[in-house]
Design a protein around this ligand. Structure first.
Ligand code: B12
Ligand code: SF4
Length: 470
């Protein structure tokens, strides 16, 4: 019997200076599925070279795909109708399955307006395996719990749920052998890597916190890779791909502090000195000086430090419940080690007032953060903040266009302030934060990839001039 041909694509286009990271979702699926079936797998990341939709369809046809798996974020979902129509036209007998955060957000509605056969929310490995089994093994997709599927009677939500994988150490390493890793080294890296041989890791799944704006694709219980497994994976990439820099995309890498220390200690025993960056994954108030020292010694040079709001009242409402004092202390200590610290703030939360926003600006300005992005809240479906925004201002919510948007380009206001006031404070935040000689000096001194600094200078002046002149 010939191997089953599986074509996996991550959809979307790159529009700004931001690059793209290796498509971990479909790389995990590929690695898992090839342990279960006799398959030939091709992986495409549309963002890597902004591949036109027609080219993607052509590649699937030339490959002769039996199964097509499309990974979709809500910002890229507008491409689904055209792409799935094209795929069905050239490969009418293939099975099209969609998955990724968009399906977790829109659930059964993710099948509306396109030609996909099935949709998988949340963690994908087990569901994808069951779907392939049902479709090609003579079973019935109606028996796969928790998925959505198209039938001649319409879109059906299968009852039940597929449980999360308990022991994630049982998963194989993501299929880095199926992508051109070096192509990613030629693109801008999310965290301005000082070295070029970087790789993305996802060393835990799930998060026990309950921020109301978050999807928690991997559930509310933290499941970790053991420290030994993380190091084994690192060693594998160092040896086989010449990697010297690791970027963690976890939801919350540091919740298990014991594991953090173990990982750092084992990194110290590696044969080479590596770089570590955290574009995601650190909850800053859960760190302490010991943990920051350990991460710094292990090679951390960059970390994102989400604050979201400097108002204790808003922290409660959004259920992030960040300890702002601890946050500021830990940022200060991290920055004192010349580790680049990047803050994130959201403005315009439901019920937010001028008083709250002033506290956010004060906390940001008082902090030792090198940079901060001051965004406005964009609620995504299937989050609790979406439901709140829906009850408050459904028309405004429905008018949000998510297509192709990156952080700065979704503008919305669900606060108790007028748009004028909110955007005034957003500009003020940029102005007050960046008009600080000490911050500018540290930013230039500690930016990890000096040769790329000129690329970011226009963005810096754009933010600054917004604050100063408007
Ligand atoms: C790294 C990251 C980014 C990076 C790179 C994203 C990329 N892939 O290119 C950058 C910085 C560019 C980014 C940007 C944004 N991001 Co982001 N990001 C992440 C993050 C932290 C990790 C992604 C990752 O690698 N996960 C690990 C892999 C293993 O998980 P996965 O891809 O979800 O795959 C699993 C399942 O989804 C499923 N699956 C996936 N694909 C498929 C396909 C099939 C066929 C099947 C069956 C299953 C399946 O199975 C996989 C394995 O279990 C996630 C948080 C998270 N926990 O995932 C947010 C997340 C994906 N981002 C999110 C958001 C909101 C954004 C922004 C819109 C933010 C904004 N307001 O601007 C922008 C959008 C940019 C754009 N235009 O595309 C949301 C998604 C919301 C949504 N409904 O789409 C997430 C989930 C954060 C959250 N907790 O809410 N992001
Ligand atoms: S800490 Fe991060 S991953 Fe966890 S719920 Fe909050 S935003 Fe989501």
């Amino acid at each position: 019997m010939r191997p089953l041909k599986i074509f996996l694509a991550s959809l979307g286009f790159r529009k700004t200076v931001l690059g793209t990271i290796p498509p971990l979702g479909i790389m995990y699926l590929a690695a898992y599925i090839r342990t279960k079936f006799k398959v030939e797998i091709r992986i495409v990341n549309q963002k890597l070279d902004n591949m036109p939709d027609d080219e993607l369809v052509k590649q699937a046809r030339e490959f002769g795909a039996d199964v097509i798996g499309l990974s979709v974020m809500t910002t890229n979902a507008y491409g689904l109708p055209y792409i799935t129509n094209g795929l069905k036209a050239v490969l009418p007998h293939s099975l099209i399955v969609i998955g990724g955060p968009h399906v977790s957000a829109f659930e059964a509605r993710s099948l509306e307006g396109n030609m996909a056969d099935a949709a998988v929310p949340y963690e994908g490995e087990l569901a994808f395996e069951k779907i392939i089994n049902a479709y090609f093994g003579g079973g019935d997709m109606a028996d796969v719990p928790g998925i959505f599927r198209r039938t001649k009677d319409g879109i059906i939500s299968n009852p039940g749920i597929i449980s999360f994988i308990e022991d994630i150490d049982s998963l194989p390493f993501p299929a880095y052998d199926l992508i051109d890793l070096k192509a990613y080294w030629r693109m801008p890296v999310m965290t301005a890597s000082m070295r070029r041989g970087y790789i993305s890791l996802f060393s835990s799944r799930g998060c026990p916190f309950r921020c109301i704006y978050c999807h928690r694709i991997f559930g509310e219980r933290l499941r970790i890779h053991s420290a030994q497994r993380v190091i084994e994976e690192m060693k594998f990439y160092i040896k086989n791909f010449g990697v010297d820099c690791f970027e963690f995309e976890d939801d919350i890498f540091n919740h298990d502090r014991k594991r953090l220390f173990e990982i750092c200690e084992l990194i110290g025993k590696l044969e080479i000195r590596i770089g570590l960056s955290f574009p995601n994954g650190l909850r800053i108030d859960e760190l302490n000086e010991g943990a920051i020292d350990a991460l710094a010694d292990a090679g951390m040079y960059y970390c994102s430090c989400p604050l979201e709001s400097g108002s204790p009242r808003i922290q409660k409402i959004i259920e992030k419940n960040l300890n702002i004092r601890k946050y500021l202390e830990n940022v200060k200590y991290t920055a004192s080690k010349k580790i680049f610290t990047f803050g994130f703030v959201m403005m315009g939360f439901p019920s937010e007032t001028e008083e709250d926003i002033k506290q956010t600006i004060e906390a940001s300005c008082m902090s030792k953060l090198h940079t901060t992005a001051f965004y406005t809240l964009a609620p995504f479906p299937n989050t609790r903040v979406y439901d709140i925004a829906m009850s408050k201002n459904p028309d405004k919510l429905k008018s949000i266009n998510y297509d192709d948007k990156e952080y700065p380009h979704i503008r919305a206001n669900f606060s108790d302030m007028s748009d004028e006031t909110l955007y005034y404070y957003q500009r003020k935040a940029n102005r007050d934060f960046y008009m600080n000689p000490d911050r500018i000096f540290r930013l230039m001194r500690d930016f990890p990839q000096k040769q790329r600094l000129p690329l970011y200078i226009p963005e810096f002046f754009k933010r600054l001039s917004k604050g100063v002149f408007s």
